[in-house]
Design a protein around this ligand. Structure first.
Ligand code: ADP
Length: 251
């Protein structure tokens, strides 16, 4: 569903992604962990086409994300192609990024009406279902500032789902939350993993969470995958020195 093929991203002289190759299967939940500055968030940003890449190609379901076939090979994609590709990817951010002047429900119907062109009644019905899914049936008409951080993050997840993405990205979605509400957000993500066939990529500092819900954990170091594997093997029997050092330091 997602393929990074030799992707390099530089900021000036700094190489942030260094020939990264990564394949994510349909329905797979992959967690990215690693030290600060290792390029984890950049992976999500280039997938969202918020940042251009310098080398390599990213594919979504076999189609190049920012390029299209042209004369003599791939050429930079048109705005139309980019819009279509972007619509397949949803993202939830550390700081929620909800519209403050809209209720939870309005936050979830805005995109489907204006970007997907859904009729209002249908967008509303789907938004209600999604807010129920994230356990906020009784808060639909609240504004973000009337909600706790955990509730706001759950609205943000419902809003991302309302756009019907095929791939959902989570960037440190529990980092800005008080410890007592982290569980309600991780529970929602667990439900998505077990009951919905979405492909998900998550950057997290929460090792326990990565271990519990991922199909695969990728440990990043200096813009590359240093080690990856199923969580059980990865956490109990890491093979690489750097992985062991990192896991010792975050315990
Ligand atoms: P991580 O998520 O693993 O902490 P990031 O992907 O955010 O790492 O960043 C990787 C490196 O790229 C860091 O050294 C960071 O300072 C640098 N970086 C990120 N964004 C920019 C930018 N817009 N301009 C210059 N350097 C950046």
């Amino acid at each position: 569903m997602v393929r990074f093929d030799g992707v390099t991203k530089r900021y000036g002289d700094l190489t942030v992604l260094d020939g990264l190759s990564l394949d994510i299967m349909p329905g797979e939940m992959v967690s990215i962990i690693g030290p600060s500055g290792s390029g984890k968030t950049t992976v999500l940003r280039v997938l969202m086409t918020l940042e251009p890449i310098n080398e390599g190609v990213i594919y979504i379901d076999g189609r190049p994300l920012t390029h299209m076939p042209g004369k003599g090979g791939l050429v930079p994609a048109s705005e139309r192609h980019l819009r279509r590709m972007r619509s397949e990817i949803g993202m939830c951010f550390q700081h929620f990024n909800l519209f403050p002047h809209m209720t939870a429900l309005e936050n979830c119907v805005e995109g489907p009406i204006y970007s997907l062109g859904l009729p209002k009644a249908e967008a509303r019905a789907r938004a209600v279902d999604l807010l129920e899914l994230v356990g906020l049936a009784d808060k639909m008409n609240h504004y973000p500032m009337q909600l706790s951080g955990g509730q706001q993050q759950r609205v943000a997840i419902a809003r991302a789902l309302a756009m019907r993405p095929r791939v959902l990205l989570f960037d440190e979605v529990t980092s800005a939350l008080d410890p007592e509400v982290i569980g309600e957000v991780t529970q929602v993500i667990r439900t998505l993993v077990s009951e919905h066939n979405l492909t998900m990529l998550m950057v997290t500092h929460q090792m326990g969470f990565a271990r519990d819900i991922s199909d695969r954990v990728c440990f990043f170091s200096a813009g590359r995958i240093e080690e990856q594997g199923p969580p059980r093997e990865f956490f109990t029997n890491p093979q690489r020195d750097r992985t062991r050092q990192f896991l010792r330091a975050v315990k």
